[in-house]
Design a protein around this ligand. Structure first.
Ligand code: BYC
Length: 323
């Protein structure tokens, strides 16, 4: 029988995708599909890990025990998300050590949003409300991603993100209904986090080099602009409910389309941040490098323990054979 050509294999792969079949780690896949997934999943994992830093900054200063417990739980959840995602990337043949090396040397990308500072307690509310809100908008469709391990990881991640979003909105609501100073703090946080949150969805579709192929492979189910629009449509009424003003003079509801029209994003700022020149990029990488170095003994101890267990198992197996 003739061997199927590469072209045929690719066609069969695309046919599986088109039929909404899940691709699993041992299935054949085009090298570019594997690479795209490793890129996106590892960037996503790095974002979760770096994303712990701006919020971690407020754990010791949370205004009450209840707030502190919720924030601690949220930051821990994010560490967990990073771990599922690194594991998902490993199912594609990526080495975790190499991924981490790329992060701490500044070679890898992670979400632009985490390069902005958290100046007041209201920023913790704004992050939960806006950043986790944007993350949910982007990640719910990833639960239907064509690659099985990524899609399954996203189910739990999204459940946890929705708790994060609610805790953020509740902080904003408390501040917005508080004293004039508290309300001003909430407004100031919204002013600083609004535009960076819109940037999280990535460049406009016309400038997004990966979207078309990722949509064809059903890694992405919606384009960057589609998700950004949905986010604006859902979030603006939430800001109105809080009695806060979205910092965009061009924002208006188009009665005909039912969608909000919004102003131009500052793409120069976005690319500066992505290239490592944002307000906190250096600080974030420095903190990750320090954590990596200080955690070396834990990794060494885990490896030594695994080696000990392996030897013990081997010795036990050898004993059974002799008996
Ligand atoms: N920041 O062709 P495009 C979270 C890069 S939420 C930095 O549109 P794609 C969390 C992009 O990587 C945040 N870089 O790419 C929430 C590409 O560069 P490379 C993480 C960005 O992949 C709360 C280039 O620009 N979420 O973790 O089709 C608390 C061209 O872009 C950004 C995810 O990672 C950005 N904002 O679409 C804690 C979700 N946007 O790789 C944690 C999964 C774009 O060619 N990822 N770039 O050098 C995705 O859905 C997609 O990867 C994106 C970008 C929508 C982000």
């Amino acid at each position: 029988m003739d061997q199927p050509t590469n072209h045929t294999i690719e066609d069969q792969f695309q046919a599986r995708i088109d039929a909404e079949e899940r691709i699993e780690p041992k299935d054949w896949m085009p090298e570019a599909y594997r690479k795209t997934l490793i890129r996106q999943i590892s960037q996503h994992a790095h974002s979760e890990i770096v994303g712990m830093l701006p919020e971690g900054n407020w754990i010791t200063r949370a205004p009450s025990l209840r707030r502190k417990v919720a924030l601690l739980a949220k930051v821990q959840d994010e560490a967990g998300h990073g771990l599922y995602l690194y594991s998902a990337a490993e199912t594609l043949g990526a080495e975790r050590d190499e991924l981490l090396e790329e992060l701490i040397t500044g070679k890898a990308k992670y979400s632009s949003i985490f390069n902005y500072p958290t100046l007041t307690w209201a920023d913790i509310g704004a992050i939960g409300w806006l950043v986790d809100g944007a993350a949910i908008m982007n990640q719910v469709p990833l639960c239907r991603c064509s690659y099985g391990p990524y899609a399954r990881a996203m189910v739990r991640v999204c459940k946890e993100e929705s708790f994060h979003q609610r805790q953020g909105y509740e902080i904003m609501l408390t501040l917005a209904r508080g004293t004039a100073t508290q309300k001003q703090m909430a407004q100031d946080a919204l002013n600083r986090w609004w535009w960076p949150s819109l940037m999280m969805f990535g460049p406009n579709d016309a400038d997004s080099k990966h979207t078309a192929q990722s949509m064809a492979w059903k890694i992405k189910r919606f384009t960057n602009d589609e998700l950004r629009q949905r986010f604006v449509d859902i979030t603006v009424p939430q800001a109105e409910f809080l009695g806060l003003t979205v910092p965009d003079p061009s924002l208006r509801l188009n009665e005909e389309t039912g969608h909000y029209e919004f102003g131009e994003i500052n793409w120069d700022e976005f690319w500066q941040v992505v290239k490592g020149e944002g307000p906190c990029n250096r600080q974030r990488l420095k903190a990750r490098r320090k954590a990596h170095e200080e955690g070396a003994w834990v990794r060494d101890a885990a490896l030594a323990y695994a080696e000990k267990r392996r030897k013990r198992k081997e010795a036990a197996a050898a004993k059974t054979q002799v008996a």
